[in-house]
Design a binder for this molecule. Structure first.
Ligand code: SF4
Length: 284
């Protein structure tokens, strides 16, 4: 299977999102998942375009609602590999309510965030992950707010798979996404994906100089939630790798009484006429 499409990209040349797209396509190929078994559900923003560039089902939802639609899709058809995708603005501003509850609900989907610490589509305003003091045209004296710590939030909210990648480290990002898709439950893959047009601070060079790669630390235990939280606090979340993985994760679907393995479209909905008559009789 090939997950490329012929659609011409709308992204600026050099945008970090190209790296995330390529890693996702490679991960799907490596896992030998057929395109008709994949659905990409995206929100609004530059990164929301990602579904247009992947040869799979694509649901481009309204702002901040990708996770709500992705969870519903998975519950309707658990045969699908469901990937929710979007940016830091989409996920952690207007979408924050859905984020918090998706983390604790644990539906078996993968959520890929392309975090560029700015609103790119609307030409460069501070986003929920912009650093304090970050200047833009609309905050010329600097951002007065503290950034959202989305990875710590995920850990604190019970998320069973928390990872961070960098769009310029393809090898690592492909492996993270593969592992996330295979994880039985909600898997967060937050990626540092620089906006080369509007963010002149958090650039590719900035991340290359500042990111701590957990894969290079053999003593790091990814099954220890407390150690993971400590590492995130120590590094101000500037890490890459799988930060936390719960080996005993049970997805939401498996806890729903009577939930069936097949997707709704593949279930047998024929009913014994006598049973139907009994149901109707109750309403007469
Ligand atoms: Fe990428 Fe920024 Fe261009 Fe949007 S504005 S496509 S985030 S480089």
């Amino acid at each position: 299977a090939d997950f490329r499409t012929s659609e011409k990209s709308w992204w600026c040349p050099g945008c970090g999102d190209f790296g995330v797209l390529a890693a996702l396509q490679k991960a799907l190929v490596d896992l030998q998942i057929e395109p008709e078994k994949v659905a990409v559900v995206s929100g609004i923003g530059c990164s929301g375009k990602i579904g247009n560039y992947i040869n799979s089902y694509n649901l481009h939802t309204v702002h901040g609602r990708a996770l709500a639609a992705a969870q519903a899709l998975k519950l309707a058809n658990r045969e699908l590999t469901v990937i929710a995708a979007g940016g830091d603005g989409d996920g952690f501003a207007i979408g924050m309510g859905h984020y918090m509850h998706a983390l604790r609900r644990n539906v078996n989907i993968t959520y890929i965030v392309m975090d560029n610490m700015i609103y790119g589509l609307t030409k460069g305003q501070t986003s929920p992950t912009s650093e304090t003091g970050f200047t833009t045209k609309s905050t010329p004296t600097g951002n007065l707010e503290s950034p959202v710590n989305q990875l710590q939030l995920a850990l604190a909210s019970g998320c069973g798979f928390v990872a961070s990648g960098f769009s310029a480290n393809q090898k690592q990002l492909v492996e993270i996404i593969k592992r996330a898709i295979q994880h039985p439950g909600f898997a967060l893959v937050s990626t540092y994906s620089p906006c080369v047009t509007f963010n002149r601070v958090n650039t590719f060079d900035f991340f290359k100089q500042n990111l701590v790669n957990l894969d290079e630390d053999p003593s790091y235990n990814r099954h220890d939630r407390f150690a993971a939280m400590k590492k995130l606090m120590e590094t101000q979340e500037l890490v890459t790798g799988i930060i936390y993985e719960d080996p005993e994760s049970v997805p939401y679907e498996d806890r729903v009484p009577g939930f069936r393995e097949q997707g709704i479209v593949n279930q047998d909905w024929t009913m014994d006429p006598a049973v139907w008559e009994q149901i109707v009789a109750q309403y007469k």
